[in-house]
Design a protein around this ligand. Sequence first.
Ligand SMILES: Cc1ncc(COP(=O)(O)O)c(C=O)c1O
Length: 372
Amino acid sequence: MKFETLAIHAGRRIDSGTSAVMPPIILSTTFAREPDGSMPHGYEYTRSENPNRTALEECLAALEGGAAAAAFASGQAATLAVLQTLASADHVIIPDDVYFGMRELTQHVLGRWGLQATAVNMADLDAVRAAVRPATRLIWAETPSNPLLTITDIEGVAAIAHEAGATCVVDNTWASPVGQSPLQLGADLVMHATTKYLGGHSDLLGGAIITRQEDELFSALQTIQKAGGAVPSPFDCWLLLRSISTLPYRVAAHTANAQRVAAFLRDHPRVVAAYYPGLPDHPGHAVAARQMRLFGGMMSILVQGGAAEAIAVAGRCRLFTRATSLGGVESLIEHRATTEGPNSKAPQNLLRISVGLEHADDLIDDLAQALA
Ligand SMILES: Cc1ncc(COP(=O)(O)O)c(C=O)c1O
């Protein structure tokens, strides 16, 4: 089936108890056994399984073309679960501009348990290859990256990982499953902060791991999911599944708006650089055009001047809300270095923009007056 059909039908079925077309939210934490001790519907306790989570996981696996999925309470919980499958003294390679929360997990959380991490420019496959060590077990890619929209060649990185006997994971949050299918390009696992485009309305937190095959690694991940308990609530699973129904249409519209906004910003005299993979002069455009179906709604710009000038531009926006996060219907703008704090590697004059679903003319007018 095509993506639009899967987004509406995968994981959904008519409720057997009530014939409800839309799934009920099963809030119960526990499920009754038959007199012989068996579990008639396979559900025992909601931390382990819940019907709303099962439906969501089936849908997420279908959207990424994977064999199975595990849903988590946030993107970070999903990332942490992947890292927790590793042993102490294992080595991971991460992008040098990886989402700052992921870097924090490798350094300050699992670094204390002996995990070794090397940050490299993932746009440079030679640098990735040079960073491989005998203990390398995982290569983590994020493409487009946060906040510089660096593009990683997924096929290239997956090949390096597999030569080294390591797992290749792709954080597909910014592209969304509509924009890019890393499992088809050779990745072993896909990670999503479902908080973003999949949720789409800035009203839920979630994360997911989707696997190409149901292997030992995925089974270890499921153990961490169920035993660790960082699972999404039945309500959040239900809300997320509801949002996914419109995902293909939202991402297409985000991309169309972003393409226009990026072209406007690139040509603006007060913008020193505009990073959007859909722009032909973006350094990763050729790779992005090969591996992405849609370029998405995220971009960054460098404003003439420093932090003060960039913050002032954001301050004059009327339609773009000054807030972190992305992927919602509403447009957001943020001074990324402020959000990330003193250890941020984001340039001081960088503004990160999540282009929403308002009319592109209104968005461009707002940025024009803010930059004037
Ligand atoms: C690329 C990327 N990965 C992971 C995350 C973490 O997701 P969450 O905030 O749901 O934990 C984010 C959040 O902004 C992100 O942008």
